[in-house]
Design a protein around this ligand. Structure first.
Ligand code: C5P
Length: 227
């Protein structure tokens, strides 16, 4: 029978890609399908946790038996995550959050006639939700970030991951390589889990379903050991 090591625990998962509107019909988005985050939400439920899923744009079916909050933009994800986080023991930020949003959102559809040959979009940085939650009051809450990097090789991937976890302040960072044909929208994944010191604590490879279950085993053990 599957492990029930998250019985009595609550897990918040973010999944999918945020979309930042330009006008009523257009947005800036990314290629995240939500597969890995949704697999984590399912696996957490199967291990006995109460699960909340904050879902941005996803391309797979949403699980049943869990609380789902739908969001579109990074600002909405920030609002939903800061509201939900205090009532959860483990937060896993698998969503691909837009780093920038358009400075202005046009009320009307942007017309070629009004822009001429070139159109320049001005973007501004979004707040970093993972860093915000990591540096807020925690009350023992475990926070896990994800990092999808276009690294040249595994060493480069781990180097980028170490820089990132130092900046973000989360407890663990799940690092995976992405490219034109790997990572997003694929059924399989290969991940390296780094702890706050940058040490490699776990590696997993396989279907996103099995990777989800494997890494939850690691975090369940940490939660149990922290008691
Ligand atoms: O900096 P980068 O986007 O690579 O970091 C990825 C991690 O940070 C993911 O866990 C993602 O959900 C989170 N993130 C965030 N807010 C942002 C950008 C990323 O929470 N504005």
């Amino acid at each position: 029978s599957p492990a029930r090591d998250l019985e009595g625990r609550s897990v918040l998962v973010t999944a999918g890609g945020t979309r930042e509107p330009l006008d009523p019909v257009r947005y800036i988005g990314n290629r995240s399908s939500g597969r890995q985050g949704i697999a984590i939400a399912r696996a957490a439920r199967a291990r006995g946790a109460r699960v909340t899923l904050i879902a941005a744009h996803v391309e797979v079916d949403l699980p049943t038996g869990i609380d789902v909050v739908r969001v579109e933009t990074t600002a909405e994800l920030l609002e939903a995550a800061t509201t939900a986080a205090p009532s959860h023991d483990l937060v896993i930020m698998a969503a691909a959050v837009a780093d920038y949003r358009p400075v202005t959102v046009s009320d009307d559809k942007i017309k070629k006639a009004s822009t001429g040959e070139h159109l320049t979009l001005e973007l501004v940085q979004n707040p970093d939700i993972l860093a915000t939650l990591s540096h807020a009051e925690r009350n023992g809450r475990l926070i896990v970030g994800f990092a999808a990097e276009t690294a040249t090789d595994r060493d480069d991937l781990i180097r980028l991951g170490r820089e990132k976890i130092a900046r973000k302040g989360c407890d663990f960072l799940v690092v995976n390589g992405v490219g034109w044909t790997t990572g997003f929208a694929q059924d399989d994944n290969t991940v390296t889990v780094l702890d706050a010191s940058g040490a490699i604590v776990f590696e997993a490879s396989g279907s996103k379903t099995s990777v989800a279950d494997d890494i939850l085993g690691v975090f369940a053990t940490v939660l149990t050991g922290a008691e």
